[in-house]
Design a protein. Structure first.
Length: 307
């Protein structure tokens, strides 16, 4: 769907930027919720009496539900006010933290993680369209950059903060702490976001079939397989970093938090600098990144015992 300039719901700069920053807070809370298990994998596995691998599936199931949800959201919510939908997703995000934090068995834990996956799929599939509703056309890229700053900030501090909170108040307390953050996010969105009624019927079922129709193109299939394999490797490596550091490198929780902070900060730096090599050597950059990931994995197997 192409959203015309006339669909902007705020004409005053202060009003629409307030909505943009409300969305940024939502992005921060969402990403922090999504990746919280990374820094708490070992205590989660111990408490639920499952392996670290099974506990790590909490991230896999959130990703799976995000994909499924993103495919069907345009049809399921075509007539829903976007502000109402965002507020509902924020409530669901807080409920996810509560369900995981109070989970007394593995099934409940996975249900809570599936809930955050639904939020992830819904939010990211709508984020660009919502930015186009909030700001003038020439400010959309700036709004999306601000959205992503919430993503980058969450990546920097969520994992080390989760490890620290896990040591201080337990892994359940760390997840339950997401509830007040979600409440703040809900209130900010409720006060700042304008009403965003649906512009049209959206895609309906045609949008879903259009997505699958793209699979007829060979380049799309190869690209999706490449991206899927890359993220499979990235998240396999990142998800289980805590058990590796504790069991192989044998670090304490304080050192673990520091390492996770370093990963987050360097990730933020990489995100900030990546545009330069992409502009000058697009394909070599795309090829070099998975090669570096593979080199890191091999290095960890050889030198992982050494801090």
């Amino acid at each position: 769907m192409t959203i015309q300039q006339s669909t902007i719901v705020n004409d005053e700069p202060q009003a629409y930027w307030s909505g943009v920053f409300a969305m940024t807070v939502c992005v921060f809370t969402l990403v922090a919720s999504e990746f919280m298990p990374v820094s708490l994998l070992t205590p989660i596995a111990d408490a639920l009496n499952v392996t670290n691998g099974m506990a790590g599936q909490g991230i896999a199931i959130s990703g799976a539900f995000a994909v499924i949800t993103s495919l069907f959201i345009s049809s399921a919510a075509s007539n829903v006010n976007r502000k109402t939908l965002l507020l509902f997703l924020t409530v669901l995000m807080g409920l996810s933290g509560a369900v995981v934090g109070l989970a007394n068995n593995y099934i409940i834990y996975m249900i809570g993680r599936a809930m955050i996956g639904i939020v992830v799929g819904d939010f990211w599939s709508m984020s660009a369209a919502i930015a186009m509703r909030l700001v003038p056309e020439d400010q959309v890229s700036k709004a999306l950059a601000i959205f992503n700053s919430g993503n980058a900030l969450a990546i920097v501090i969520a994992a080390p903060l989760g490890a620290y909170l896990g040591a201080l108040i337990g892994w359940r307390g760390a997840f339950l702490s997401l509830i007040p953050v979600s409440i703040v996010t809900f209130v900010w969105q409720w006060l700042s976001l304008p009403s965003m009624p649906p512009v049209s019927k959206d895609h309906g079922s045609a949008g879903i079939f259009a997505v699958f129709a793209l699979l007829k193109r060979k380049l799309v299939v190869i690209g999706m397989l490449a991206v899927g394999l890359f993220f499979l490797g990235q998240f396999s490596l990142y998800t289980y970093i805590r058990p590796f550091l504790e069991n192989v490198t044998q670090v304490d929780v304080g050192t673990l938090s520091l390492i996770l902070m370093v990963i987050g900060v360097t990730g933020f730096i990489g995100t900030s600098l990546i545009n330069f090599p992409l502009k000058h050597a697009f394909y070599p950059t795309l090829i070099s990144i998975p090669l570096m990931l593979a080199a890191i994995a091999v290095s960890l197997t050889v030198f992982g015992h050494s801090m």
